[in-house]
Design a protein around this ligand. Structure first.
Ligand code: G1P
Length: 304
């Protein structure tokens, strides 16, 4: 299976942390987010991965290079596991030269995926699912030979943050899409089925993207192209059965880190007293420069 991973987004929700480093390289517990995404793709059966990068994203390519600097046997097992992961697939890169949206990023995969169906996973979202989400979508694609989208129920006040799917339930948890709207107002749709960012797409998506206009923000939306497809052919959605971690802003990133650290029994024991020890009182050392930083800068200690 070929998998396309758009990772060109600017990370504006997490500035300044993402000013000069890709949001996909932010660590979650012991590895960068993009590594979880590649692990999920490989576990789903990906033997060929195309990452869509952009300006400032070169660290992504460095991360998936083999690591001669760390190849001393037994010394860096985590790096060796990463190298094994990289050897199990082929990773390619293409650059999106302008931030023209998710649809435009996917369109750049056209010559790479050719006449084959392909999976899409977002570079800043970790899906914890058993079996892996993309494998679940791919099995459904093979059964119906049509695009599949993962969706989940979202709260009413979150509707405007998601692509939303309306349609008829054809089996428990499965919907034939009648209408797809990118980030509507809750009043514009009765549906609360939000697109989570995992797809299996068929090659017809490229013609649909070509025929789709950019939105008011000059971005080409994959949701709008899928809407165009749904007018003439079947497009399906399935409820996502697992946990999805979007790390795109600081709260979501921190929450994801805490949950992943909590799953590690050795860390849990250390983390518990830290969390229990948190109080509403602001520790002085985080409200301003430390005494040593003040001493280095020559500033006077503030009156207490
Ligand atoms: C993108 C898609 C949207 C989807 C979302 C999931 O939006 O355009 O349809 O619901 O991912 O995270 P973004 O979050 O990149 O604005």
């Amino acid at each position: 299976m070929k998998v396309v991973i758009p990772a060109a987004g600017l990370g504006t929700r997490f500035l300044p942390a993402t000013k000069s480093q890709p949001k996909e390289m932010l660590p979650v517990w012991d590895r960068p987010v993009i590594q979880y995404v590649i692990e999920e793709a490989v576990a789903s059966g990906a033997d060929d991965i195309l990452i869509v990068t952009g300006r400032g994203k070169r660290a992504l390519e460095d991360h998936f290079d083999l690591s001669p600097d760390f190849d001393e046997p037994g010394k860096f097992p985590e790096v060796q596991r990463l190298d094994e992961l990289v050897r199990r697939t082929r990773i390619h890169y293409v650059r999106q030269r302008e931030p023209l949206g998710l649809g435009d990023a996917i369109r750049l995969a056209r010559s790479h995926t050719g006449r084959e169906a392909f999976g899409v996973l977002l570079g800043d979202t970790i899906n914890v699912c058993d079996p892996p989400l993309l494998r679940q979508l791919w099995q459904r694609y093979e059964a119906r030979n049509a695009p599949w989208i993962a969706v989940e129920e979202v709260a009413e006040d979150k509707v405007r943050d998601y692509g939303i799917v309306e349609g008829e339930e054809i089996a428990p948890g499965e919907v034939r899409c009648r209408r797809l709207l990118e980030k509507p107002l809750p009043s514009q749709t009765p549906s609360r089925l939000g697109i989570t960012g995992a797809y299996v797409l068929t090659p017809e998506i490229y013609d649909a993207l070509d025929a789709t206009h950019v939105d008011a923000h000059h971005e080409l939306q994959i949701t709008d192209a899928l809407q165009r497809m749904a007018e003439t052919t079947a497009v399906y959605a399935t409820r996502f059965n697992g946990i999805r971690y979007d790390i795109g802003d600081r709260f979501l990133w921190l929450k994801t880190n805490l949950e992943f650290a909590w799953r590690d029994p050795a860390c849990r024991a250390k983390l518990r007293p830290v969390l229990e020890g948190l109080t509403d009182e602001q520790p002085r050392s985080t409200t301003g420069p430390s005494d040593s930083a003040r001493a280095r800068s020559g500033a006077k200690r503030p009156a207490r």
